[in-house]
Ligand binder design. Sequence first.
Ligand code: FES
Ligand SMILES: [Fe+2]
Length: 416
Amino acid sequence: MTSNTTTAAPAAGPGPDGKAVPADPTTGGHVLASGADQVPAGGSLMSTLPGRYYTDAAIFAREQKAIFESMWFCAVRSSDLATPGAFRTVQVGRESVLIVRGRDGQLRSFLNICRHRGARLCTEPAGEVRRNLQCPYHAWTYGLDGRLVAAPNLVTMPDVDRVERGLVPVHLKEWLGYAWVCLAHEPPSFEDEVLDAAVERLGDLAAIEAYKVEELEVGRRISYDVQANWKLIIENFMECYHCATIHPELTGVLPEFADGFAAQYYVGHGAEFADDVQGFTIDGSAGFDKLPGIAEDQDRRYYAITVKPTVFINLVPDHVIVHRMFPVSESRTIVECDWLYAKGVVGSDRDVAHSVELFHRVNEQDFEACERTQPAMSSRAYVDGGVLVPAEHHIGAFHNWLRGRVHDVVVPKRAS
Ligand code: FES
Ligand SMILES: [Fe+2]
């Protein structure tokens, strides 16, 4: 795994009414199932997906179509496109998507394809144009709203409709300060697919809105080039069976992660900081002022949300960490991780290094574990997959969801 710094797990507990509510096992990272000392009705061990799901290019192609190109995909931080003309290109499934800020301040997204003869319009991952987007092939030129505004000899072709021949628009919504795009002709409900992941994990939408994530600024961004299938990264994030083994710093700050069966099973519960810990930092030293607006019971706690298919959101009192995955192939995933802080922190002389280092280390530990697992997926030892222990059984629901999406519905079997 390699990582680049460019700039600057799951949760559940008493429900909002105090009643214990089981978490949706398909969402949230580092979530633990209950029943530590009871053998589940179907047995202790449950089968995972077979190894080919992590190595087969044909299955990855189906995932691109049925998941990344069909669901809402978190593409860019809106503030990365600060001024009119700023653009980014992002690979979403098999398509290159162009996201650009218009002169009216709005973000818009389009397929990054010239309507003339199909040349890729923007070849750089990011940039800024002054007024228009011009194809480097025959110079067809598009406004920032996608409209065809000029082309050689266009005046001699008065029948050409400039909107109809404009760039192909892609659906875009902004939430938490990120632009989410959807390639589906009829996009699924943003509320059902994206917002509900936060509701299922935290109990209500107000709990995440309290962090005002859209107003925070990127204090640090690290991009990890992980040589593993994207599902291994999700599955790892969904369980904490590994926390005691590979995350000494994290379990030092969140001791309940060390014993596996913490209160993370319940909706609305965050893992509590250790008594002797002052902040969510590498050494437990003080972090920054808690974000204004978060509730008293959100202080000194870590919450995490998985928004399928590619986003993890981690909430702590003084900052928010957002992971966005960009699956490149069946065996490679780029993970871009943003550490977001209040305006007063970023740009001041206050050092975020202690704060960033904790989850950066967690990321490296997690991604190394995923990379250690990936090569085994093609082994004959993993033809029928591995097993989930009870603390991981909720990952079975993710596997069922995955199978359903790629139309390969198979009833999961218990390991014999
Ligand atoms: S392909 Fe773009 S102008 Fe010809
Ligand atoms: Fe982990």
